[in-house]
Design a binder for this molecule. Structure first.
Ligand SMILES: [Zn+2]
Length: 180
């Protein structure tokens, strides 16, 4: 798995109500494209339901973290995703010291591989950024999950475009005599 942060955000954001295709994992073809692109895994058509179920759990966990709920419930939900996955540790030469990596054991089913990598990637993001840096865009109808990498840590929108839309809408609302 390359780019843990990019991978976990891509997985969580396979659901996006404002995209022409709101769920990229809606069918077997979409699941195959995603797993091939990110994990070099080729799922069978009947894996699609299990793959979406994993995505739904990971998305729910990311949204819970974005809302500041990082307690036992989220941990347990993520834990059940990987309890039956066998992992294999490997060591390779790093830049200045050997680097230890974890990966699902060979032969692991595609949905379990996805679950394993998603949990590893999420752990990586939490360690590197802090759980509080996971956010959901506040510019409805956008539901994009993103990582706030800003220095101040007060980013509310996934993109400049969403920020502009939010402020324009609020301005119009005020002009129309609204109170928000
Ligand atoms: Zn947005």
């Amino acid at each position: 798995m390359r780019e843990p942060e990019g991978f976990v955000l891509a997985l969580v954001n396979t659901v996006d109500p404002v995209r022409p295709v709101p769920d990229l994992l809606v069918d077997a073809e979409g699941c195959r494209d995603f797993l091939k692109a990110w994990l070099d895994t080729a799922p069978e058509p009947d894996d699609a339901g299990a793959i979406r179920a994993v995505r739904d759990r990971v998305r729910a966990a990311a949204l819970a973290l974005a809302e500041g709920r990082s307690g036992r419930e989220v941990a347990e939900s993520l834990d059940t995703l990987v309890t039956r996955v066998a992992f294999r540790a490997s060591v390779r030469a790093g830049d200045d010291a050997p680097a230890v990596g974890m990966a699902p054991a060979p032969g692991t089913e595609p949905a379990d591989r996805l679950a394993a990598y998603a949990v590893l990637a999420l752990a990586d993001v939490i360690e590197a950024r802090g759980a509080g840096r996971l956010r959901q865009c506040e510019s409805a109808p956008c539901e994009e999950v993103f990582v706030d990498a800003s220095k101040a840590g007060q980013q509310r929108f996934c993109s400049k475009r969403c920020a502009t839309r939010f402020h324009v809408a609020r301005h119009r609302h005020r002009k129309a005599g609204g109170s928000g």
